[in-house]
Ligand binder design. Sequence first.
Ligand code: ATP
Length: 289
Amino acid sequence: MNKITLFANAKINLGLDVIGKRPNGYHDVRMIMQTIKLHDTLTLKKIRKKGIFIKTNLHFLPTNENNLIYAAIKLFMTEYNLEGGVHVTLEKKIPVAAGMAGGSADAAAALQGMNQLYETNLSLKRLQEMGVKLGADVPYCLLGGTALSEGIGEILTPLPPAPACYCLIVKPKFAISTKYVYENLNLSEITKHPDIDRLITSIEQEDLTMLCSSLGNVLESVSVKEHPELTVIKEEMLSFGALGTLMSGSGPTVFGLFSDQSKANAAFMHFKVGPYGKQSFLTGFFQPD
Ligand code: ATP
């Protein structure tokens, strides 16, 4: 095999709780992760020339070792003593720095692609061991689907597929730094934590209404204070009939879940013609085979 094309799916958090802070500054989390159908497309091609070469449709993305795809391929080639080089074409569709793990999803797809391209036949567990060196979300991106993520994000428990629905994604124009959000989260002041166990029950019972009423992200408190616009987006989604809305990860992406296709479409059209038009997507949950 000389060439392979892969999809790297974005994730959203149906729930995100922070339960503690470690002396090294890392936070202990409990998160419900869900991959969605929105994806980047990577094509990996073996070449004779030594090196890793990345071509992408987004001019502002790094194409050197600062790109997680580069780092993933380099790690793989070093660990398995591979000769030659790899050329990557990345068609980026997942909003960047948005709380949707776009870079981690690309890194996971690059590891999976290398595994197939070089017929190394590595297990998911082995790929995840490599992945965690690249980022805490990479092991989850290798797994995909619905999962509980604990520790710093590396302890994963697969869950049954979350109930199907329409998922409207809106990425506001401003950026929120993950570092800023975590640094400004004062755990001792948080009185209301998301109910992660109730979310798990709603998934097990395939109850979309219960799931939507249990959505929660402890990081919203920090981001909403800085950017009241997030509340406006959420209210607009609810006014169109969303059953629940939430900010994903450390933001700023907001999603709304709908059971009714025509309501979801109307909401999508509303955002499509607005200021966030280019970064609005109507999609659904993605469950790997
Ligand atoms: P998370 O949800 O894990 O916090 P994110 O959505 O906030 O991720 P990413 O889109 O993964 O953030 O990217 C954050 C930064 O990483 C970007 O500013 C970008 O410069 C860098 N980066 C490196 N490789 C990639 C990649 N393949 N795709 C996107 N960003 C990348």
